[in-house]
Design a protein around this ligand. Structure first.
Ligand code: ADP
Ligand code: MG
Length: 353
């Protein structure tokens, strides 16, 4: 099963590279403060980049460090961290903490690591402030739709049954005993909307601990950036156009921030001219219809990832109001293709003509 998914995703990599955010080499950027030595070395810093297939997707890590040995060690530690988290959190792995929680739904609370507990606590927090738009109890509905593996529209009856198991308030976290309990048998946590951001955040911290002065962690459409590039400049990122593959919709420079995009163009199928994609509205259990893409800029990647999914469901009006209230940044493309930029980002984002 796991292998089938991996192969499918591998086959889709050219498609996914069109994923949400594209690191850009800018020709128009100001001259770097250090002489450019070309290749991976500028001044006294080197830049090393490696990619691996982890968490069912392409993970790309870039490290800037005083020397090649340190940069390579930081990358190796970063990949190891993501693999460790995958073993802890993947529902493809039967022994993972998350699988054990799901297997024990309706039966008993499961003791978990501080990290898993923290991730679930954060997920439930985001569920509250997105008014249930972000909902990790969505698992049974995600399984029914099974996008993109088996494109099929579930029947109204199937969705009605699934609706009985997607109430995130029935996920009980016990802080003192550090346990997680799903109240009803049949409930199922899905961390697809927050797990990659969580992993990106942790990997960036580990790379820094291992000597990287700057770095970029890209787990599909979830980006965490720290420090600066070898030439001292910020990291330019491009946001993918949701309807024109390979075209950049907007650009912005980032340092010490996370950028996550959720879109309806990454995993979807078309039937009778209707697009069915992988971000579900927990109210209807149908694909959310109010946006084409949502990019969130936040201090940490866990928040950025979860909020991108949640704001996508909330739609441009309520979603942007939330982003403004939280003091974060967002670029939202609404259902008609109109681009809306939050107040904090207006001076930072350059929209493509
Ligand atoms: P991607 O996984 O493509 O980066 P997202 O971060 O938006 O995109 O996560 C989408 C995934 O989150 C889905 O594949 C599914 O596993 C899960 N999901 C779907 N709808 C919701 C929702 N309303 N709230 C939380 N998670 C969701
Ligand atoms: Mg997300």
């Amino acid at each position: 099963m796991q292998r089938r998914a991996a192969l499918f995703l591998l086959a889709c990599i050219p498609f996914f590279t069109a994923c949400a955010i594209i690191p850009i080499s800018k020709s128009s950027s100001p001259p770097p403060p250090f002489p450019s030595a070309g290749g991976g070395k500028v001044g006294s810093s080197v830049t090393v980049k490696r990619a691996q297939f982890l968490m069912g997707t392409l993970v790309e890590l870039t490290a800037v460090a005083p020397g090649d040995v340190i940069a390579q060690a930081a990358l190796t530690a970063g990949f190891q961290e993501i693999r460790r988290l995958e073993n802890m959190l993947s529902t493809w792995i039967e022994t993972s903490e998350l699988s054990r929680i799901n297997q024990a739904a309706g039966l008993e609370p499961i003791g978990v690591s501080a990290e898993t507990f923290d991730l679930l606590r954060r997920a439930l927090e985001v569920a509250e402030y997105t008014e249930g738009g972000f909902n990790i109890a969505i698992g049974p509905a995600v399984r029914l739709w099974n996008i993109p593996e088996a494109p099929r529209i579930p029947s109204a009856m199937e969705l009605e049954i699934a609706a009985q198991y997607v109430d995130y308030r029935r996920i009980h976290l016990d802080q003192t005993r550090r346990t997680v309990f799903l109240e009803k048998p049949g409930m199922r946590i899905d961390i697809g909307g927050i797990g990659k951001g969580f992993a990106a955040e942790k990997a960036a911290a580990v790379m820094r601990e291992n000597g990287a002065k700057g770095g970029l962690v890209a787990v599909a459409g979830d980006f965490r950036v720290f420090g600066r590039r070898a030439d001292g400049t910020a990291w330019p990122l491009g946001i993918q156009h949701p309807r024109e593959p390979g075209k950049v919709l907007a650009m912005l420079d980032v340092t010490d921030e996370a950028v996550s995009t959720s879109g309806d163009y990454e995993r979807y199928f078309l039937k009778d001219g209707v697009r069915y994609h992988h971000i579900l509205d927990p109210q209807t259990l149908q694909p959310a219809r109010l946006c084409q893409s949502v990019t969130i800029i936040a201090p940490d990647a866990t928040t950025a990832d979860a909020l991108a999914t949640g704001v996508f469901v909330m739609g441009p009006a309520r979603g942007m109001a939330l982003v403004e209230r939280l003091g974060l940044g967002a670029v939202i493309v609404d259902a008609q293709g109109m681009v809306i930029v939050s107040s904090r980002l207006r001076d930072r984002v350059t929209l493509s003509p």
